[in-house]
Design a protein around this ligand. Structure first.
Ligand code: AMP
Length: 293
């Protein structure tokens, strides 16, 4: 695997490959790689001649400075994992490479209002920062396909809108399934920050999503939402429940009946003492109810 730090060096390397007609998949990450990230790379490898993974802890998407400071950074371990899995290229730029102008000012991206709810309501400016860094990476890498995790569903939905509809790039934007621990906890780089007891308590997020799937036939979305909020709030290690919502997967607007949309998603975000965690599941996909996470 080749590691590039400077955008110009990566671009130079990729120019040769582009002209030889090789298809390229791109997996952007913030590092501290786990099996969830690696599963994205595997899908990209399966569908492309060559895969580029980036590791960059993007300052402009952190609304909370302490979250940015304590975010795990493990570039050499990440590089080893990528070598083991056979990734072709790792792009690990510095902040100055990505944001040469010190104040990080950028244009305001049209995110179609999809950034106003859910994560957007609790993390002001987060999705503008995500749009900024991913736009910058898309300009540098120019992949044929961009691979994102459904773990960050709202991020996928927003980037799909931005890249395909607003910017009208040719790249495909592909969502990959959520990888979970055996107990159901969604894998996340932030899980390493949790204490053992928090980690056990955090399983409740996926349990509530699983219960939503089981009860979707008997109860309306608002009734399930209310029951799950109560269940989550009864866990003392959940210091704040930002939301448990059941939404139309396209518009991200809450639904009151299951017949309101063909694809419906349940999402949760909760603050534990050491980290804020998010999770979600598709409850209904193309008109069909799902039975398992
Ligand atoms: P991050 O490093 O957290 O920015 O994540 C990089 C990419 O990996 C994003 O597209 C995430 O949605 C995806 N990802 C994170 N966790 C998981 C997971 N448990 N399963 C699948 N994809 C994931």
């Amino acid at each position: 695997m080749i590691i590039y730090h400077r955008p110009a060096d990566l671009d130079h390397h990729l120019q040769h490959l582009r002209t030889s007609g090789q298809s390229m998949g791109f997996v952007p990450t913030m590092g501290a790689l786990h099996e969830g990230h690696l599963s994205l790379i595997e899908v990209a490898q399966h569908e492309n001649d060559l895969v580029v993974c980036s590791v960059f802890v993007n300052p402009t998407q952190f609304n909370d400075p302490s979250d940015f400071d304590k975010y795990p950074r493990e570039l050499s371990t990440d590089a080893e994992k990528l070598v083991d899995i056979g990734c072709d290229l790792l792009f690990a730029p510095s902040e100055a490479d990505i944001y040469p102008h010190k104040n990080h000012q950028s244009e305001v991206y049209d995110l179609g209002g999809l950034d106003e709810r859910l994560e957007g309501a609790y993390r002001p400016g987060h999705f503008q920062g995500v749009a900024q860094v991913v736009s910058r990476f898309m300009d540098i890498v120019e992949p044929n396909s961009l691979y994102l995790g459904q773990k960050d569903y709202q991020q996928f939905r927003i980037l799909h809108y931005l890249i395909t509809q607003v910017q009208q790039r040719k790249a495909k934007v592909i969502a990959c399934p959520i990888m979970r621990e055996a107990n159901g906890l969604a894998m996340s780089s932030r899980n390493v920050l949790l204490t053992d007891t928090e980690r056990e308590a955090a399983v409740l997020l996926s349990e509530c999503l699983r219960q939503t799937l089981q009860e979707a036939h008997q109860h309306t979305p608002p009734a399930i939402r209310e029951a799950m909020e109560e269940k989550l709030l009864s866990e003392p290690l959940i210091r704040e429940l930002d939301y448990f919502e059941i939404v139309n997967a396209e518009t991200l607007e809450p639904v009151s009946r299951w017949s309101e949309a063909d694809t419906i998603l349940a999402l949760v975000a909760a603050k534990f003492p050491s980290a804020r965690l998010i999770d979600n599941t598709l409850v209904k996909e193309n008109g069909q109810f799902r039975t398992s996470l």
